[in-house]
Design a protein around this ligand. Structure first.
Ligand code: PRX
Length: 637
């Protein structure tokens, strides 16, 4: 499948970029003309950032699965669409060609229909990384149901909150999921999440671990049994639902600076064009290559660069069920050798963790198939960048440092592999269609180079967030109210002497732990649920592997047990309320929190203490009890 819009030279990038700014509608109209539409658009773009109200390809009708599956059948139908590698290296891998994936998606779409799922219904997907996860996702899209995938590491309470917010009516899950040495009982977690839930009508359970599960009559059904009911011997059919360009494709929950995760909404046409365009250009994908994105489909990276981007481009997408360090720290490298992977897209956390295991694991595998490396999710430090470049890419593979967010749908700022220059620890230049800018605290635009500020985007791009589900005002307030007429990313950023962007991290109360976004308020709420906790404050601190670690200051009512046990109890509580990813790395018991006279916690001070930078804590004279700071300093863990 040729990609006429793939930019092959620096000059082509520059021209495309310029055109995307000067004539955005012509630019995106040209790109979009290479997709399959049931009806062409009337207008490419209508927008204002005040409401916000952004519409791409208005009037167009399409179904994203026709673009990801049907249109490839005649040309590359027998090419692998998904290669699946098990958690267990001894278990045989699975290959689904485009024809086979199409067959399975259509079949499962019929299962959904048989069970009453209709266009616009919200379907929650809580599964391990097995092909059925991608099949379920695409089957929802086939019939116009709105999927909301929840990462398999989230707790029952976190699922319950998301189900309620989305008013989800169906859940697709597995009996359990394998992750390294563990088998996680997903269905049990779903059962807990459903206590007190009134919206869920059916739970479809796929078999993976064969752990015992309780199946509730009338509500819970097996994936495999339902497939038998729709099985036909010839080709099953399930016509692709005609979707409006701006119909919702999916909701994906993400953390912000308040305690409640928000349902980021992406719509059909813009998201499709954006994930495809960015996939083809950032990775410089060539037909036949094997693309290995190590993210989970439960995060936006998996949505965009395991499922929709690669499949809409007719690529072969490798999906891995397990973890990088099990059975040993050579797992990624063995997979690369086994399947002759060409593109490896992973997170700095994984790189830093694997660095620690030494080169013997790396050198045991033949990595010569690799052409391109990618990094996503958090700033990549120079040491990790160079290690990745030298030891994995053997000095020959460009690294794309891709900056983007759940809200942006796809990559926003990144070099294009081998086409535009890379610079260690810099995401570098914006993709065509992306107009970044830096603003200061007062909302003034910071012009010129060698400057820093808050990263904003001043013009719409096709893959951008449209709303937060059921709460448009929250979307406006979070992203479009800090700076009038700009989308505010929440990230701090530098622009170097050549106009390259370097993202420095969040400027709001959001942590980035191992590339996962976690709101400090969410963790505090969870800690405060523990009976012995009076109050808490959570901040981030630099962590060698995770990027950021979670440091919790807790006022604890000592009558509930000894300190060690209490720490364990608090950690357990957070695991229960959010999931293991949000567990604090350090918990310090404090007699009070440093507050101003108006009752506001001075997080700046807590952050400095957590970072170990206690020599200059700045002005503490406005604190209600300045003496507290010394006590907290002394008790630092
Ligand atoms: O702070 C930025 C960081 O991750 C945040 C977005 O998190 P999430 O929505 O979970 O999406 C992660 C995967 C796209 C951003 O606000 N971030 C993401 N990529 C980079 C990054 N920080 C620095 N460099 C990156 N390449």
């Amino acid at each position: 499948m040729p990609y006429p819009y793939q930019l092959k030279t620096l000059q082509a990038y520059k021209e495309a970029y310029q055109k995307s700014v000067e004539q955005p509608e012509e630019f995106w109209g040209d790109v979009a003309s290479h997709f399959t539409w049931k009806r062409k658009w009337d207008k490419v773009l209508e927008w204002n950032f005040e409401q916000p109200d952004v519409k791409w390809f208005t009037g167009a009708k399409l179904n994203i699965t026709e673009n990801c599956l049907d249109r490839h059948l005649d040309t590359i139908g027998n090419t692998p669409a998904i290669i699946w590698e098990s958690n267990d290296p001894e278990e045989h891998h699975r290959v689904l060609t485009y024809k086979e994936l199409h067959f399975k998606v259509v079949q499962f779409a019929n299962v959904l229909k048989n069970n009453g799922v209709k266009k616009g219904d919200r379907v929650c997907i809580y599964m391990g990384m097995i092909p059925e996860l991608a099949i379920a996702t695409l089957a929802c899209a086939r019939i116009g149901a709105i999927h909301s995938v929840i990462f398999g590491g989230f707790s029952a309470q976190a699922i319950a909150d998301r189900l309620e917010d989305a008013k989800a009516e169906y859940i697709i899950t597995c009996d359990g999921a394998y992750r390294g040495a563990k088998a996680i009982p997903l269905k049990d977690v779903v059962d807990d999440a459903l206590i007190g839930n009134h919206t869920i009508k059916k739970v479809i359970v796929a078999t993976r671990t064969r752990t015992p599960v309780s199946m509730i009559k009338g509500r819970d059904i097996w994936w495999e049994d339902e497939i038998k009911k729709v099985e036909t011997h010839g080709n099953p059919d399930c016509p692709a639902e005609e979707m409006d360009a701006e119909d919702i494709l999916f909701i994906l929950y993400t953390s912000g600076s308040t305690g409640k995760p928000k349902g980021v909404v992406h719509t059909c046409a813009g998201y499709m064009v954006w994930t495809n365009y960015t996939f083809v250009n950032v990775f410089q994908y060539e037909p036949g290559q094997i693309h290995f994105c190590t993210a989970d489909v439960g995060w936006i990276t998996g949505h965009s660069y395991i499922v929709y981007g690669p499949l809409s481009a007719g690529a072969t997408s490798l999906m891995f069920e397990g973890v990088p360090t099990w059975p040993d720290a050579g797992r990624f490298w063995q997979i690369i050798e086994k399947f002759k992977v060409n593109i490896l897209y992973t997170a700095p956390t994984a790189i830093r963790s694997l660095m620690g295991f030494g080169l013997d694991f790396v050198n045991g595998s033949d990595l010569s198939s690799l052409k391109t490396l990618g990094s996503v999710g958090e700033p990549i430090n120079e040491e990790a960048w160079h290690w990745f470049h030298k030891n994995i890419g053997k000095g020959n593979c460009p690294i794309v440092d891709t900056w983007w967010q759940t809200e942006t749908g796809g990559v926003m700022i990144s070099n294009l592999a081998g086409v535009t220059p890379a610079k260690p620890a810099h995401a570098t230049l914006p993709l065509p269609g992306v107009q970044p800018c830096l603003l200061d605290e007062n909302g003034a635009l910071i012009e010129g180079n060698t400057v820093s500020g808050n990263l904003c985007i001043q013009f719409p791009w096709p893959g951008m967030i449209r709303t937060t589900y059921n709460d448009h005002e929250r979307c406006r307030q979070t992203y479009f109210s800090t700076y009038k007429n700009f989308y505010f990313t929440g990230d701090g950023c530098l622009r170097d002497e050549n106009g390259n962007y370097r993202i420095t991290g969040r400027v709001d109360d959001v942590l980035n732990v191992s590339g996962h976004r976690i709101g400090t308020a969410e963790v505090e709420n969870a800690i405060n649920m523990h009976a012995g906790v009076v109050e808490s404050a959570v901040v981030g601190y630099p962590h060698d592997i995770k990027g950021q670690g979670i440091y919790a200051y807790v006022i604890y009512d000592g009558s509930h047990g000894d300190a060690h046990l209490s720490r364990q109890d608090i950690t357990h509580t957070v695991s229960r309320i959010i999931g293991p990813i949000a567990k604090p790395d350090k918990i310090q018991f404090v007699p009070g929190l440093p507050k101003t006279r108006s009752g506001k916690i001075m997080r700046r001070i807590l952050r400095k203490i957590a970072e170990g930078d206690v020599s200059n804590l700045g002005d503490t004279s406005t604190l209600l009890d300045p003496g507290l700071v010394d006590i907290i300093k002394e008790g630092r863990i």
